[in-house]
Design a protein around this ligand. Structure first.
Ligand SMILES: [Zn+2]
Length: 442
């Protein structure tokens, strides 16, 4: 097993390398001996069923990733005159295909004694790495894009990751960041294609369409294809279709890899075999596809996943796909992680929520005071004055009512000096809320 550079002739048996030391090119892991057929070990779970096609890893950091279903899209097939299948990667532990890469990569890093991982993210990658780092007991530091989806940011915080803002400037000065294009990450991703082969056998799809950001995922499909074709298991050549958002769409749905992450030399390898085309779609087309997936196929997908369908419509219209072709769309992420986009789709205004901003200063102070000690409304009112917060008693009671409705505080009647007194306390949810808020503020 060794790493080879996609750009020059460099090779190394040091699997911990991330980039070529000669030319900074992307490195790819090559297996010395590929088993003569795709060995699927049924006693194992998910991606680990293909362990003979990975480097040897003794730590196993798994959350149950892989073995996601392939569904036939009956209505879409009929409408398009094609045989359309959907691989639902949103069913992975953190709702994205990336969990496959994280599982292998974090297990490997644990094996070689790494104690801390650092990465940068616009969303999904960070959530996935944070989850697996927490399972592995590794420290995790994540540089986040300032426009990263708020709900994804919260997930990272819950997984215990340290968050740093200022993505663009910071990442340039940080070394040792792990990325989706690192060879061990790609090893995990390639299991998607093994599953495709397990399902279709030699009748693999003619077209495999997936969103393209860095290009690491589409490359992983190609890599698994190459491995299986080398041992004669796949004879048919599929065409990989990279679905790309136009610049407006990329700005709207920030959860995409920025253009400087595009792994050109990886894509070049696929192009060299005439197995790659690319097509672009707009924001409206993506929203439309998201809606079609939800209404026709019962699947809520991330906008970036939906782009693959927009591209399918386009290439079908351009007559680049023959009638009755078999097409596989890889739904890379779950829509449940993208609440903001769901709002966009329904065009219903909802109150914008931002951590630490949905509650004003006074309400936050109330929570902090209650964290120290449970007390009555009147005591709270007096205590607030000590911090120069002079509000009417009636206003305080309104605040308390709201906080109780949000389940951040609770009240319970106690008899104090023969008088019924309503004592307010911080709930465990309120405690978590304060903790989350503080971590983000740091
Ligand atoms: Zn090189």
């Amino acid at each position: 097993m060794f790493l080879r550079c996609t750009n020059c002739k460099f090779q190394s048996s040091d699997l911990s390398l991330k980039r070529c030391p000669n030319c900074n090119g992307f490195l790819i892991l090559e297996l010395d001996k590929i088993p003569s057929e795709l060995v699927v070990e049924d006693k194992e779970v998910g991606i680990w069923r293909y362990k003979r096609f990975f480097p040897k890893i003794s730590s196993r950091i798994s959350l149950g990733e892989g073995k996601t279903p392939i569904l036939k899209a009956i209505k879409l097939s009929k409408e398009l005159g094609l045989e359309v299948y959907l691989k639902n990667e949103g069913l992975n532990p953190t709702g994205t295909f990336m969990d496959r890469g994280s599982a292998i990569y974090i297990s490997f890093l644990k094996d070689i004694g790494v104690k801390e991982v650092k990465c940068f993210t616009t969303g999904n990658f960070g959530c996935s790495i944070a989850a697996y780092s927490s399972k592995a007991g590794l420290e995790c530091e994540i540089f986040v894009h300032e426009k990263a989806n708020h709900f994804k940011l919260l997930q990272m915080v819950w997984f215990g990751a340290k968050i740093k803002m200022g993505y663009d400037k910071l990442i340039m000065n940080e070394k040792n960041l792990i990325t989706q294009a690192d060879p061990l990450f790609i090893e995990g991703l390639k299991t998607q294609m093994y599953e495709v082969f397990e399902y279709f056998k030699e009748e693999i799809p003619d077209y495999i369409i997936l969103p393209i950001g860095s290009g690491a995922n589409i490359y992983s499909f190609f890599k698994a294809y190459k491995e299986l074709s080398k041992i004669g298991q796949i004879k048919k050549k599929p065409l990989f279709v990279g679905a790309k958002p136009n610049s407006e769409a990329a700005k709207t749905f920030i959860d995409l890899d920025p253009s400087f992450l595009y792994c050109e030399s990886l894509i070049k390898e696929i192009k060299r075999e005439d197995m790659f085309i690319e097509e672009v779609a707009s924001k409206e087309e993506m929203i439309n596809s998201m809606s079609i997936f939800a209404r026709e196929e019962g699947l809520l997908v991330e906008p970036i996943s939906s782009i693959a369908l927009s591209v399918l419509y386009k290439i079908r219209k351009k007559q680049l796909i023959k009638d009755n072709s078999r097409v596989l769309i890889v739904l890379t992420g779950s829509g449940l992680k993208e609440i903001g986009s769901i709002v966009l789709l329904n065009k219903r205004p909802i109150k914008k929520i931002k951590v630490g901003h949905e509650l004003g200063f006074t309400k936050l102070k109330i929570l902090e005071l209650l964290k120290e000690k449970s007390m009555s409304g009147y005591e709270l009112w007096k205590k607030l004055k000590e911090f120069n917060i002079n509000i009417k008693l009636s206003t305080l009671y309104e605040h308390l009512k709201e906080l109780e409705e949000l389940n951040l505080i609770s009240s319970n009647i106690q008899i104090i000096k023969n008088r019924k007194t309503n004592i307010r306390s911080l709930t465990s949810f309120g405690e978590k809320y304060l903790e989350t808020f503080k971590r983000i503020e740091q």
